[in-house]
Ligand binder design. Sequence first.
Ligand code: ADP
Ligand code: ASP
Ligand code: MG
Length: 420
Amino acid sequence: MALIVQKYGGSSVGSIERIERVAQKAIATREAGHDVVVVVSAMKGETDRLMELARGAAQKQNPPPRELDLLLSTGEQATIALLTMVLQRMGHSARCYTGAQVRILTDNAFTKARILDIDAEPIDEDLKVGRIVVVAGFQGVDENGSITTLGRGGSDTTAVALAAALNADECQIYTDVDGVYTTDPRVVPKARRLERITFEEMLELASLGSKVLQIRAVEFAGKYHVPLRVLSTFEEGPGTLITYEDEDMEEPLISGIAFNRDEAKLSILGVPDKPGIAAHILGPVSNANIEVDMIVQNISNEGLTDFTFTVHKNDYEKAMGILEKTAKELGAREVFGDTKIVKLSLVGVGMRSHAGVASTMFSALANEGINIQMISTSEIKISTVIDDKYLELGVRALHSAFGLDAEEGAQVKVEGETVD
Ligand code: ADP
Ligand code: ASP
Ligand code: MG
């Protein structure tokens, strides 16, 4: 007998019929003799709908974060109740809990709270008497009793954190694709499902924009050694196992391609090239709590240099206001920005031991006439910034250039569309 934590995402619980399918899967696992804890997301589109309502209520201001979290958490509260009703109607003993009820204790960083502790005892008690336990994803409670949420995609993190707290044998993330692919199968129909991927690579893919798993869920799983698998709610299959690197594992050069459409680029031109200039430009940006991702500084020309960096699109206007002010202070020649960019990245542990990955990447993009605006590298990834209109072309070109394309006739199993 094992203890399995299963998480079902928004499209898996999008209607009562779909919730019934989820109930059947949980029951099948229970009837195979396992203890089962189910984590569910809000119904597909619900979190976005609540967010829109909040924007309407707050008008031009940002919705107050404490109240926003209280509102957003209701999406998951509805699905746990509905799933538990269905489980009981199907004749199974089941009980549901919100994040606050099982005391998923978080810090008080509303909208992006971090889990600090989970009280596993009430769940253990329920499991002992044979109940299926249903827990709301994406939410917790801070030490003052305020409801918090864990950031978009946060139900993945709830599931992994619960699996760690309960010492579960496996955490299964059920979604609308049948595993982790070499890239988003909705963009590249020739994408291939991976049997396994290392935590390290999955972490990079998640942080570079692959939304199949929330980055914190991968961090948690790696830290607490939670066996993690991504599977389809709608198709049977082995899914993808997230593993540690081991000696026998064949190291592919490139495991995946990620992209992120959420960044914007800002440049300040003709600033004096002298010590302290980067701090002068980026200091006020970080003081405003804006995270900077890629940074490039040109070599200087006649004592002047140019500086470019990227931020999340939501922070673009604010960052631009700050940069314009800095430009005046420094007597910069010009400031400009671009929101129509995409970050396109290659990830693979095999890169460590192979030269030439970068040049293959740049040639593949050049062959399609795609101009690279920025580049950054680390040990197992290379990122570029390109014009967003070339996103699909760029991803497909890289996918082919690195031999990732699936064989002829293979099918990608994406719920709602079967792509040949
Ligand atoms: P859920 O609602 O179940 O949490 P998400 O929408 O958060 O589902 O994540 C699943 C989606 O992630 C897929 O439908 C797919 O479009 C996208 N995706 C992006 N990159 C990948 C990848 N490398 N492998 C699989 N899916 C990916
Ligand atoms: N419902 C939340 C979201 O849409 C959390 C999740 O689905 O994981 O982001
Ligand atoms: Mg998700």
